[in-house]
Design a protein around this ligand. Structure first.
Ligand SMILES: Cc1cc2nc3c(=O)[nH]c(=O)nc-3n(C[C@H](O)[C@H](O)[C@H](O)COP(=O)(O)O)c2cc1C
Length: 201
């Protein structure tokens, strides 16, 4: 199996359960995963999952090893201002970057090339190097500003995958709805998860 180098960025939009499931599946499948989270993501992760993510990466990694009951050797935590990380430059690229969930603030910053923290900078690098950037934007409703920012990013090659589950699989529990979105994202990352449901005969 081909393993990929994937950067997962979590920002302060609602949707932390998606990030949890993606981390679980990608680490389990032995991909090399880099994980970065914004200050606001720490607050949302606490609110939605009771997760203890902080600026102290060592204690956050320890916390995640307990949550996932795994040594997480293939998971590297990256600080939001670690400008010396490989994801800060085009010389040592990841295969793909995924921002899940993506806040409207981060969406706007990337659409306007701000690069004010390492999530924004890494996305800027991925775009300039023509690598894969997937955004999972979450807000309701979207304003024209949000839609314009999404259009702008889509036009330069970013993939916009809003977390909108379909109901034709007849979901029975919240986990089914989460997996619907997560499996779509993994399909775009070209990561195969055995036994995942596929529509059609
Ligand atoms: C519990 C909670 C839920 C939030 N949900 C959203 C959301 O769904 N979408 C969004 O764009 N912002 C949401 N926000 C606001 C963002 O966290 C805020 O705009 C923040 O500045 C984003 O920063 P970041 O992009 O650096 O993570 C939420 C905040 C909190 C505390």
């Amino acid at each position: 199996m081909i393993t990929k180098k994937i950067l997962i960025a979590m920002t302060g939009a609602s949707g932390a359960p998606y990030t949890r499931r993606l981390l679980e599946l990608l680490v389990d499948a032995h991909h090399q995963v880099y994980f970065i989270y914004s200050k606001a993501a720490q607050i949302v992760a606490k609110q939605e999952l009771d997760w203890q993510l902080s600026d102290d990466l060592q204690s956050s990694k320890l916390f995640l090893t307990e949550i996932f009951q795994s040594s997480l050797e293939n998971l590297t935590l990256v600080g939001i201002e670690d400008w010396f990380s490989c994801v800060a430059s085009g010389s040592n690229m990841v295969d793909s970057m995924l921002i899940c969930p993506c806040s409207m603030g981060t969406l706007s910053a990337i659409a306007h090339g701000l690069s004010d923290n390492l999530i924004e900078r890494a996305a800027d690098v991925v775009l300039k190097e023509n690598k894969q950037l997937i955004l999972v934007p979450r807000e309701m409703p979207f304003s024209s500003i949000h839609l314009e920012n999404m259009l702008k990013l889509s036009q330069i090659g970013a993939e916009i995958i809003p977390p909108i589950p379909g109901f034709y699989y007849q979901p029975k529990k919240i986990e089914d709805l989460i997996d619907f979105v997560v499996i779509r994202i993994l399909k775009h990352l070209e990561v195969d998860i055995p036994d995942s449901p596929k529509w059609g005969r």
